[in-house]
Design a protein around this ligand. Structure first.
Ligand SMILES: [Zn+2]
Length: 251
């Protein structure tokens, strides 16, 4: 079992360098007792980076979850990975630029889903982050005249530097809360307990296991993408990161 250390609190998303112990070495991969690498999931791509034991370093090219374990898929073997053995301690380094870009994008996606629900009453059925783009699939067709308003709304929240926080709510308590005001339609798996709720002050509150920025000021400048009509009858809208915002040094 791997402890998902990046989930703990808001500051955990800013940890890019950590110590951990190897618990298994499946072919082409490394399993650790704890990790700050985000495994691909929930529409957010995996972190990349490197793992080092002594003077041996391997590159992490993908990270996936398999049951309770997180697999760090590595490039290179043989001399690169000598010293990698079960029980060995290592240094993990997350590619901070890629991680922070996904944090900015993921937080912007929450705002986009929230504002689309508020303005047009449409909920998000799927969210995908890729490169500098975040897209959301909406349950029905969105009139294109909403797009400039959505862009303005998001720019306003970014400009106001709203704090982003995390709350862990017991599942029993969460299930009792009214769900009518939620912008997302993605069902919460039954085993999720407690529910990790990501809140953008005055703008959004939603359950999420991803990594986010601690202030909306870090998102920076965004641009809306052209909408795309889905065969299902919904609309796919999205945004692109154009310019970084306020820079916050990693922990
Ligand atoms: Zn999220």
């Amino acid at each position: 079992m791997t402890e998902l250390a990046y989930l703990a609190d808001m500051s955990a998303a800013y940890v890019w360098s950590f110590r951990a112990r190897i618990v298994a070495l499946p072919p082409g991969g490394v399993v650790l007792d704890r990790t700050y690498f985000y495994p691909a999931g929930g529409g957010q791509p995996a972190d990349h980076g490197s793992l080092r034991v002594g003077d041996a370093t391997v590159e992490v090219v993908d990270v996936t979850r398999s049951g309770n374990a997180v697999h760090h898929r590595i490039r290179g073997s043989g001399s690169n990975s000598r010293g990698f053995s079960s029980g060995a301690e290592l240094d993990g380094t997350v590619d901070w630029e890629r991680r922070h870009q996904n944090m900015r994008l993921h937080t912007a996606q929450h705002l986009l889903s929230a504002r689309t629900f508020e303005r047009a009453g449409l909920r998000t059925t799927k969210a995908v982050l890729r490169g500098m783009d975040a897209t959301i699939d909406l349950e029905a067709t969105l009139a294109p005249e909403f797009l400039p308003e959505l862009a303005q709304d998001i720019e306003g929240v970014v400009g106001a530097a709203r704090p982003v926080t995390i709350r862990h709510v017991p599942r029993g308590e969460w299930d009792l809360l009214p769900s009518a005001g939620r912008s997302g339609l993605v069902p919460l798996p039954p085993q999720v307990d407690p529910v990790r709720v990501v809140e953008v002050e005055g703008a959004d509150s939603c359950p999420c296991g991803g990594t986010h920025v601690r202030s909306t000021a870090e998102i920076g400048e965004i641009r809306m993408m052209a909408p795309f009509l889905l065969p299902s009858g919904g609309t796919r809208i999205g945004l692109t990161l154009v310019r970084p915002g306020a820079t916050v040094p990693p922990a």
